[in-house]
Design a protein around this ligand. Structure first.
Ligand code: ADP
Ligand code: MG
Length: 235
């Protein structure tokens, strides 16, 4: 196991107050190790997206600490969070979130902050199997292809952490499996660190570790000594 790069300590996120208060996260503690795939598993409403969004600097906790590479982001203001996100985080969403007026290549390049790294964007699109389609617009691509563009966008900037929220949630089984194969390749061959949110139990078998969430808390942690190959997952 790699070194610990993310530490979450006593993390809480409460919405509202009094009788209407929702404890989306209610005292969560865990670490993420470099080069692992960690899955957050649990039923709808258990707090998965809230947790991922806080790690990704898209939301702030009510209390607790979030340390990435030793830096505590839990009290950052919006401006510092935006910079943190740009520098450290790749995000893969259920519905891809590509910009419709930009080609695949332009969408990926955007992630490089205008740096002149055309070659890098092209190479990354090649890695995800889209060499032939880099000048296509999202509307000209299938859901699976659009998700590959979003994976390339997350990957190209060399983020410390790639966060995936239901990455196969909008895809059919076969296309979804191909996306999982690609995500597993990023971990096994590129040494990336992935945190993947899902409510689909079979997907968790490909993770190194699985945190089972329930009502804003970690119910238990599962360790897979031998993660399943994504090719073999059926759901
Ligand atoms: P999951 O991703 O596991 O389905 P969420 O993290 O989206 O769960 O939500 C956890 C809980 O917090 C749910 O009860 C949800 O209704 C509540 N919640 C999430 N966002 C908000 C919000 N902005 N305002 C009020 N309640 C929210
Ligand atoms: Mg969610």
């Amino acid at each position: 196991m790699g070194k610990s790069i993310l530490q979450i300590k006593e993390l809480r996120k409460y919405y509202g107050s009094g009788d209407a208060q929702v404890k989306a996260l209610d005292g969560v503690n865990f670490e993420v190790y470099e080069g692992e795939m960690l899955v957050l598993l649990g039923n709808s409403g258990c707090g998965k997206s809230t947790l991922l969004n806080i790690i990704g600097g898209m939301d702030s906790p009510t209390s607790g600490e979030v340390l990435l590479n030793g830096e505590d982001i839990s009290k950052y203001n919006d401006k510092k969070l935006t910079q943190y996100r740009k520098d450290n985080i790749g995000f893969i969403f259920q519905f891809y979130n590509l910009l419709p007026d930009l080609t695949a290549l332009e969408n990926v390049r955007l992630s490089l902050n205008g740096k002149d790294e055309e070659h890098k964007a092209e190479k990354t699109l090649e890695l995800v199997g889209l060499k032939e389609k880099m000048n296509h617009y999202p509307s000209q691509m299938s859901g699976g292809e659009q998700q590959r563009v979003s994976i390339a966008r997350a990957l190209v900037k060399g983020a410390s952490l790639i966060l995936c929220d239901e990455p196969t949630g909008a895809l059919d089984d076969k296309t979804g499996r191909n996306v999982l194969v690609l995500l597993q390749k990023l971990v096994r061959e590129e040494g990336q660190t992935l945190v993947v949110v899902t409510h689909t139990t079979p997907i968790a078998s490909m993770a190194n570790r699985v945190l089972h969430l329930r009502d804003g808390k970690i119910d238990f942690t599962e360790i897979n000594e031998h993660p399943t190959n994504a090719e073999d997952i059926v759901w």
